[in-house]
Design a protein around this ligand. Structure first.
Ligand SMILES: Cc1ncc(COP(=O)(O)O)c(C=O)c1O
Length: 306
């Protein structure tokens, strides 16, 4: 179980790499506030966990890091590795969003396209790490990654004052596990709700049944960053203890949320990053929705706005 102390240590470690992102007010008067991680370095919250985990690996002597990712974590690891002078290799799915592949490439990392599912990518990344004597940096299921993501929770506490409910998108669960730990440790009466596409309901089902549930690879959802087939064992242990509810949203609600952000808030957010808003729009007053990323292909955004 990660602790508040782990998150505070992560915050000191990532200072100067990750930004403090703004908490935006919804100007349309809904009462919603939006934690703008799509404006973060590399365009997603993933830089927080990557900066913490890669810095610790570098301190322990790593020269080369390997990771597997749907795109945003890979970009973040590649960015931090270049910043610290390490080599990076990123395993991405064969159907990765083109803009995410390009972003990883532009950070100077070696790219390996392999399979579609998280377990396929995990196996490939670990094989490369072993063969090349590199250090594997997991996308969510690791205490250093969760603690880095938890720094987002500390910022919400400082920026938001009174908060009713915080909504967080859920893939493998690293972001919500870290955020929940920071928020619950503060002892304020805040509700922590995870939001998942109903087409990728692995954490919802696991939460309902009280045990890890694996689903088939969820091709159907627009939220490419949330297509994990099972929560991590470590992330799920934290989620069970510290998260209040996991909500499911439809694909139409995700599309509406991306449109809402463009039209009302003038922000471009990727579908995975808007899943929290899709849930929050059901009861917006007093809520904070974490907009976790903004790396979408512009053709997709254009088609959603048309
Ligand atoms: C934009 C975005 N939001 C949320 C997530 C989910 O994060 P986690 O796997 O930590 O639950 C991801 C994962 O890639 C993502 O890219």
């Amino acid at each position: 179980m990660i602790t508040l102390a782990d998150i505070e240590a992560a915050r000191r470690r990532i200072e100067g790499i990750a930004m403090h992102t703004p908490l935006l007010e919804d100007p349309s008067g809904s009462g919603l506030r939006l934690k703008a991680e799509h404006l973060q370095v590399t365009g997603s919250f993933k830089i927080r966990g990557a900066a913490n985990a890669v810095s610790l690996a570098a301190e322990a002597g790593a020269r080369h890091v390997v990771t597997d990712s749907s795109g945003n974590h890979g970009q973040a690891v590649a960015w931090v590795a270049r910043h610290l002078g390490l080599k990076a290799t990123v395993v991405l799915p064969e159907n990765a969003v083109a803009r995410k592949v390009e972003a990883v490439r532009s950070c100077g990392a070696a790219i390996v396209l392999s399979g579609m599912t998280t377990p396929e990518r995990y196996a490939r990344a670990n094989e490369i790490a072993q063969r090349e004597g590199a250090v594997y940096i997991p996308p969510f299921n690791h205490p250093h990654v969760m603690a880095g993501q938890g720094t987002l929770g500390l910022e919400i506490l400082e920026q938001a004052g009174e908060v009713g409910t915080v909504y967080v998108p859920v893939g493998g669960g690293g972001l919500i596990a870290g955020t929940a730990t920071a928020l619950k440790a503060a002892g304020r009466p805040v509700r922590l709700v995870g939001a998942e596409p109903e087409l990728a309901a692995d954490t919802y089902l696991s939460f309902q049944r009280g045990e890890l549930v694996a689903i088939d690879y969820p091709t159907g959802t627009l939220a490419d960053g949330l297509r994990s087939t099972q929560p991590g064992a470590l992330t799920f242990a934290v989620i069970r203890e510290r998260v209040d509810e996991i909500m499911l949203v439809t694909e139409e609600e995700i599309r509406q949320a991306v449109r809402y952000l463009a039209v009302n808030v003038k922000q471009v957010v990727e579908p995975s990053g808007a899943v929290s808003l899709a849930a929050a729009l059901r009861v917006p007053r007093g809520a904070v929705a974490v907009l976790s990323g903004g790396n979408a292909d512009l053709g997709l955004i254009a088609s959603l706005l048309r």
